[in-house]
Design a protein around this ligand. Structure first.
Ligand SMILES: Cc1cc2nc3c(=O)[nH]c(=O)nc-3n(C[C@H](O)[C@H](O)[C@H](O)COP(=O)(O)OP(=O)(O)OC[C@H]3O[C@@H](n4cnc5c(N)ncnc54)[C@H](O)[C@@H]3O)c2cc1C
Length: 339
């Protein structure tokens, strides 16, 4: 009762990284609250699936195993969460801000009248004083995310309704195994008790999943270009530099909007979040929406002709100059040094 639940997304029989990241965060929050961490896995052929989640410090795993639960469809998965939550009364529910989470989260929260904060960038526990009502609420989930176009970072709380629901994008939280041999209870539910037959109205006949063309999220070195790259041809120089450094190339939203690079390379609040060891930002001003997707990089180098560009304030090294001059030099000298 009143525990933290993480909905674990599954592809085939493999739990998604975003869910493992949320289990890691969920464990930390559960420790702070002194409650248990529970995971929900719904899919097909889930023998031994608990072995993938228990090491993250999960105290109870709820497994719903039935052929029609994979691939994901909205109605059965919604019924599972809504009916399970009516029994278990969780205080917090977390899920990935993925295609599935964006579909499932609002359905569950509206069925339970709980509210939901999408795309959180931080989750913390804290207290909130409602001065008007003269009430202080302890141990609330602070659901933190950029708001009003990124001009403020908002902390959203849900004092009265439960569960407090939040979605988080992949890569925002870090995944970390707690203990390979962590012992938790495994509950295999009778799916028919949770999902009415009518929920299986949608039958997925064929699925096509496009493979990622790059490894931006996992690359130890990321070179990112912004609007300051000037043109697609100018931006393409970054691919040359990336080849020398065995790096991946990303872009700011302005670069994507200008057609300098593909949308799937966008880094930031509405793109991907990266945690490389080295991030080289070329012609990027460093607006909050961009920074929220790369600020955890180990070392940040900024190449910019404006010494007062906001990104310079978080950069470890600043190269003050024009990208047209600096980038070819970097290519030349890295080429020379790697011979
Ligand atoms: C809801 C919302 C979500 C958003 N999500 C994202 C997101 O996910 N990711 C993202 O990146 N943005 C996002 N944005 C947009 C963001 O606010 C900025 O507009 C964007 O990041 C700016 O991109 P930029 O730094 O490439 O361009 P600019 O702000 O135009 O900066 C260009 C920089 O290049 C420098 N420069 C110009 N010419 C040269 C040169 N020749 N040599 C060297 N430097 C040069 C300039 O000094 C400047 O610093 C979002 C905005 C909103 C409202």
């Amino acid at each position: 009762m009143n525990n933290i639940f993480v909905y674990c997304e599954i592809e085939g029989t493999t739990i998604a990284d975003v869910s493992l990241e949320l289990l890691t965060k969920g464990r930390k929050l559960a420790n702070e609250l002194g409650c248990q961490l529970e995971a929900i896995v719904a899919g097909n052929n889930l023998k031994d699936v608990e072995k993938q989640v228990l090491p993250y410090g999960v105290d109870r795993v709820h497994i719903f195993d039935e052929p029609r639960l994979f691939p994901y469809t909205s109605l059965p998965h919604t019924s599972i969460l809504v009916n399970l939550f009516k029994e278990e009364k969780p205080q917090i529910c977390l899920m990935g801000a993925t295609v599935i989470g964006r579909d499932l989260g609002p359905r569950v929260s509206s069925a339970l009248k709980s509210g939901l904060t999408a795309d959180c960038t931080q989750l913390e526990i804290g207290s909130h004083e409602d001065k008007k009502a003269g009430v202080t609420y302890e141990n609330l989930l602070f659901q933190i995310r950029p708001a009003f176009g990124g001009n403020i970072v908002a902390t959203i709380v849900n004092p009265e309704h439960r569960p407090q629901m939040a979605t988080v994008r992949e890569g925002v939280m870090k995944k970390e195994i707690l203990d390979e041999n962590y012992k938790g209870e495994v509950i295999r539910h009778d799916v028919t008790k949770y999902v009415p037959e009518a929920d299986y109205v949608v039958n997925v006949i064929d699925r096509h999943i496009e493979k990622a063309k790059h490894n931006l999220k996992g690359s130890p070195i990321v070179i990112a270009g912004g609007y300051g790259m000037g043109s697609k041809e100018g931006f393409d120089k970054l691919f040359e530099l990336a080849k020398e450094l065995h790096a991946e190339v990303g872009g700011s939203r302005a670069a994507v909007d200008a057609g300098f690079c593909d949308h799937d390379r966008q880094i930031g609040q509405t793109g991907v979040t990266v945690h490389p060891k080295l991030y080289i930002a070329c012609g990027i001003s460093g607006q909050i929406q961009h920074i929220s997707g790369m600020q955890d990089a180990g070392i940040i180098i900024s190449v910019n002709n404006d010494p007062n560009a906001p990104i310079n304030t978080i950069a470890d090294y600043v190269i003050n100059g024009k990208v047209e001059e600096v980038v070819p030099k970097l290519i030349k000298y890295y080429k020379k040094n790697s011979k």
